[in-house]
Design a binder for this molecule. Sequence first.
Ligand SMILES: N[C@@H](CCC(=O)N[C@@H](CS)C(=O)NCC(=O)O)C(=O)O
Length: 223
Amino acid sequence: MITVHHLNNSRSQRVLWLLEELGIEYQIKFYERDSSTMLAPASLIEVHPLGKSPVITDGDLVVAESGAIMEYLLERYGQGRLIPAAGTPERLKYTYWLHFAEGSAMSPLLLKLIFDRIESGPMPFFVRPIARGIAQKVKTAFIRPQIKRHLDYMEAEIAKTGWFAGSQFSAADIQMSFPVEASAARGGLDTSRPQLMAWLKRIHALPAYQRALDKGGKYELLN
Ligand SMILES: N[C@@H](CCC(=O)N[C@@H](CS)C(=O)NCC(=O)O)C(=O)O
């Protein structure tokens, strides 16, 4: 039996969604973030040394890292579903977006989260103007332009076929959901990019997405 070690408000929501799409039996073990640090509890380290989510266990196997989990589940249980045929241009796009999600899209979003926290977090009053100044400079000079470039690119790509890997919904769309949702929640994605907003609306309406939400519990990236 597959167990998804599921952290609230996290990337493991994608794994639940994939499992729902594939119709595989699984169970969820729930973990709660620390409310002040937002870090995962130490009990996740007992499952995998990095103590991050998602991680799944399947019998004796432990698989971490969202992209690797996607590939494992599709190869073992997918029977060719949700993945374009090998050797096609769509397959290359699929591979590209599967990696882009964590390899490129998430980096400036994570930096923004960290620098937002530095800006607004508690600190001695005499350090505050300096810390805020540095945070604002990094955000203006690097983080916002990078996020904008990514969003412009994704908007143009999704406009071509409506899905990330060609004209069919695929697991690349599942993998891309987290950075696009994070962009809408805190990265400046709004109705000025109608193609990405319409894509978000389409994925959120999928029955398997909705089932995964019901099972995973509160997912604040949607608020
Ligand atoms: N690239 C990894 C990132 C894993 C990751 O950072 N997960 C976050 C949740 S979205 C986490 O576990 N954060 C809590 C912590 O680091 O303690 C993946 O896609 O699996």
